[in-house]
Design a protein around this ligand. Structure first.
Ligand code: ZN
Length: 218
């Protein structure tokens, strides 16, 4: 099946970013993007999965809800124009640029348990996104129960006509990016997936670059 994805480039310049970091595969990162500020996630080497959680920085109970986001927008994928909604329907962030064109809302984050089910008992002790998420949310006063739905940026998870999820070869490529503008001060928690068992990334997890611009003045 061939489909055309719409891509939108950004006019922001990396030299103007307030923050510019590279996160290695398997590492975590968390940061509050101020209202009006912009976060760009760059898939440096292509087909990496960037598992990401979103919380209202001032009220962690207000957090990204996959089902509300999917239902209100009638789409299981995210791209330019998509809004990330909380369980009470408030918008945390909006996708304002996207040179990849598809990001997954359904696949969830890898865990030791899911690795064992998918890939076998020998993978039980491999590092997984759930552990990275836990380490990051603890820094913000949250616990395991605060880890809920995540977005998988750059991951291609098509749904078959029978309703099955398939983890497909990625549509991303080196240098592709997605950009999100914060509507409210938003805590972003990233696990740059360490997954060695998924053909999505050719069994080769790779680093990503994160850029944050402050809100434009005036
Ligand atoms: Zn993962």
């Amino acid at each position: 099946m061939t489909e055309t994805l719409t891509t939108v480039a950004s006019s922001l310049h990396p030299a103007d970013a307030a923050l510019d970091v590279v996160v290695q595969a398997g590492d975590g990162w968390s940061h509050v993007v101020p209202a009006g500020g912009t976060l760009r996630i760059v898939d440096l080497e292509g087909n990496q999965a960037v598992d990401t959680l979103f919380y209202d920085a001032h009220d962690h109970a207000e957090r990204y809800s996959a089902q509300d986001t999917i239902r209100e927008q009638g789409s299981i994928y995210l791209t330019t124009g998509s809004r990330l909604l909380t369980g009470s329907g408030r918008t945390l962030m909006e996708v304002v640029a996207d040179t990849c064109g598809r990001h997954d809302t359904l696949g969830g984050a890898c865990a030791q348990e899911s690795n064992v089910v998918r890939y076998g008992e020998h993978t039980r002790h491999m590092h997984a996104c759930r552990q990275t998420f836990l380490a990051e949310v603890l820094k913000h006063g949250m616990t395991k129960r605060d880890i809920t739905h995540n977005v998988n940026f750059f991951m291609n998870v098509p749904v078959t006509p029978e309703g099955r999820l398939t983890f497909e070869d990625g549509l991303s490529a080196p240098g592709k990016y997605v950009e999100l503008r914060a509507v409210v001060d938003t805590l972003v928690v990233i696990s740059n997936c360490p997954q060695l068992n998924n053909p999505c990334n050719a069994y080769d997890p790779t680093p990503v670059q994160l850029l944050v611009w402050d809100a434009p003045e005036g």
